[in-house]
Write a protein that binds this ligand. Structure first.
Ligand SMILES: *Cc1c(COP(=O)(O)O)cnc(C)c1O
Length: 412
C-alpha cells in the first residue's frame, strides 16, 4: 500500500511549498518510531507529567445497575489539562525537540487543544502561537486568559466566519513562512501524512495500557469498546489495543446532535450521508453538499463538531472492523447525569457520547458481558452548556448569568 494511505483514504494533499517540510517531518517521525529510546522517553514523560498510566476504573455501581454486566472506564480525564489531548501534544513536543525546532503553532476552536499545546510549550521551552477565530476568542475568555498566562501568544483571526476554519487557514499561512524553525501541532488523527498515523501512534498508549489492565483486572478481553469520534484520535488510541482481536467489537460514536435527518449533527459516517472528498490535506468522508461545499455541523460537544473524520477510521469502517453509531445531544446529557449520579464521574460532553451508546447496548448484552468505555476527558469545561440543559431553573439562571459575563461559547 502507498505510504500514508489507509485503503483508499488518507494521502498527503498539501501545498507544494510545504512538501519539503512534510518530507522532513515524516523522516523525523519514522526515525523516532524506529528508536525504542524515543518511546521510552515519551512513557517517562507521560508518567512524570501527566499521571500515566491512567486507571481502568471498574464502574461498580453501573455494573450492579446492569445486573452484573461488567463496565470499565478508561480514565483519560485524569491527564494533564483533563483529556487525552495531552498524549498527542506531549509526543509532538518531544519530536519537535528532536528535530531541533524552537517554535510551535496550533489552531484551536473551543480552546482545549490550544490549552494543551500551551502547557506543552511552556514545559518544553518552546515559543508558542495559537490561532483562534475572533468569535471563539470572545466566547472562550477563560481559556485565552490561561494560554496567555502560560506564555503563549493568542492571535485572534478576523477573516471569514471568525471561527475554527479561518484559524486553520491563518495557521497554514504562518507555517508556510516559518517552517524552517516551526512545527504545526495538529490536534487530531487527521490532515496530510504523517499526521494521522503519528497522532494515532502517540494515542496508542491508551489502548496499550487498557489491554494490559483489562487482562490483569478481568483476566479476559472485553466484548465491546466504546469511544467518541471527533477527528478520531481518542478512538484510534483505545481501539489500537484491540484491533488485532476480531472478537472485540469496536464502536465509534459520533455526534448525532439534534437528529440525523437535517444538518444539525456531525455524524459523518453513522448518518450515511457524507461523501468522500479531498481537503485539509486528506482524502476521507466529509459532510458536504451536492457541489462539494463543506456543510456546517452541530454538536452539544464542541470537540465533536467537525466536518471530516480520520482517514484511518474511514478505512476501518469500510473494512467493517469499527461500527459507527450516533448519540443525540439529549441522550448525551442524560448519560452524563447518570454517570455522575452512579459513579461520581463528571465526563466531558464529548466522552458522554460513548457513555450514551454503551448505556443503550448494555441491556441487550449477555449476563457475563464486559465492556470498556473510553472517558476521553473531564467535564468541568462544559459547566455552562450543561447548566443550559438542566431542569433546575435557579442554578441554570445563576450559571448562565456568569456565562453571559464571560461570553463563553454555548451550544449551537
Ligand atoms: C478534542 C476532544 C475530543 C475529540 O477529539 P478526537 O480526536 O476525536 O479524540 C473528544 N473528547 C475530548 C474530551 C476532547 O477534548
Amino acid at each position: 500500500m502507498k505510504k500514508g494511505y489507509f485503503g483508499p483514504f488518507g494521502g498527503s494533499f498539501i501545498p507544494e511549498v510545504l512538501r519539503e517540510t512534510f518530507r522532513q517531518l515524516t523522516l523525523a517521525y519514522e526515525e523516532a518510531r524506529a528508536d525504542p529510546a524515543f518511546w521510552q522517553a515519551y512513557l517517562r514523560m507521560m508518567e512524570n507529567y501527566s499521571g500515566r498510566p491512567t486507571p481502568l476504573t471498574f464502574a461498580e455501581n453501573l455494573s450492579r445497575e446492569f445486573d452484573g454486566r461488567r463496565v470499565y472506564i478508561k480514565r483519560e480525564d485524569l491527564n494533564q489539562t483533563g483529556a487525552h489531548k495531552a498524549n498527542n501534544v506531549m509526543g509532538q513536543g518531544l519530536l519537535v525537540k528532536r528535530m531541533g525546532k524552537k517554535r510551535v503553532i496550533a489552531e484551536t476552536g473551543a480552546g482545549q487543544h490550544g490549552m494543551a499545546t500551551a502547557t506543552m510549550a511552556a514545559r518544553l521551552g518552546l515559543e508558542c502561537v495559537v490561532y483562534m477565530g475572533a468569535e471563539d476568542v470572545a466566547r472562550q475568555r477563560p481559556n485565552v486568559f490561561w494560554m496567555e498566562q502560560l506564555g503563549t501568544t493568542v492571535v485572534p483571526v478576523t477573516a471569514g466566519s471568525q471561527t475554527l476554519k479561518d484559524a486553520i487557514n491563518e495557521a497554514m499561512r504562518d507555517w508556510v513562512a516559518s517552517m524552517d524553525d516551526t512545527h504545526y501541532v495538529l490536534g487530531t488523527a487527521c490532515g496530510g501524512h504523517p499526521f494521522p498515523e503519528m497522532v494515532a501512534w502517540f494515542q496508542s498508549i491508551i489502548g496499550l495500557e487498557a489491554k494490559g489492565q483489562i487482562m490483569a483486572q478481568e483476566g479476559r478481553l472485553p466484548d465491546k469498546v466504546f469511544a467518541c469520534v471527533g477527528g478520531g484520535s481518542n478512538a484510534m488510541g483505545i481501539f489500537s489495543g484491540f484491533l488485532e482481536h476480531p472478537e472485540v467489537e469496536l464502536i465509534g460514536v459520533e455526534a448525532g446532535g439534534e437528529g440525523l435527518q437535517g444538518d444539525r449533527h456531525a455524524a459523518r459516517i453513522a448518518s450515511g450521508r457524507s461523501a468522500v472528498g479531498v481537503t485539509q490535506g486528506m482524502k476521507t468522508y466529509f459532510l458536504q453538499d451536492d457541489d462539494g461545499q463543506m456543510k456546517s455541523t452541530h454538536s452539544v460537544a464542541a470537540g465533536l463538531d467537525y466536518v471530516g473524520v480520520s482517514p484511518i477510521l474511514a478505512d476501518l469502517h469500510q473494512q467493517g472492523r469499527v461500527r459507527f453509531e450516533a448519540a443525540l445531544d439529549t441522550e448525551v446529557v442524560a448519560a452524563l447525569k447518570r454517570l455522575m449520579k452512579s459513579e461520581g464521574l463528571i465526563a466531558a460532553l464529548e466522552s458522554s457520547h460513548a457513555v450514551a451508546q454503551a448505556l443503550k447496548e448494555l441491556p441487550d448484552m449477555a449476563d457475563d458481558a464486559c465492556i470498556i468505555i473510553n472517558l476521553s476527558g473531564r467535564g468541568d469545561k462544559d459547566i455552562f452548556t450543561v447548566a443550559d440543559a438542566l431542569d433546575d431553573q435557579a442554578w441554570r439562571d445563576f450559571i448562565m448569568e456568569k456565562a453571559a459575563q464571560y461570553k463563553v461559547r454555548q451550544s449551537g
